[in-house]
Design a protein around this ligand. Sequence first.
Ligand SMILES: [Zn+2]
Length: 80
Amino acid sequence: MAIYEYKCSKCDHKFSAMLSISKRDEEEKTLTCPECEAGEPRRLLSLFSMPASVGAPGGGGSKSAPCPDAKGCPASKAGG
Ligand SMILES: [Zn+2]
């Protein structure tokens, strides 16, 4: 099981839901907003932390280099 965070596409209410990882896609289809009961919320970042030994999707190097330019750093860009 893992906790995922969702945002309602209708009223923008944020809420979290605990889903089984293997059935996440199926179960999130049944999620509804606790505020307005709208379906199909948008998934935000997952709240659980991944172990360092697990390879991150998308690849890249294991060596984390500091961002050379704070302005153009994608990591500092906050979604929303
Ligand atoms: Zn809602």
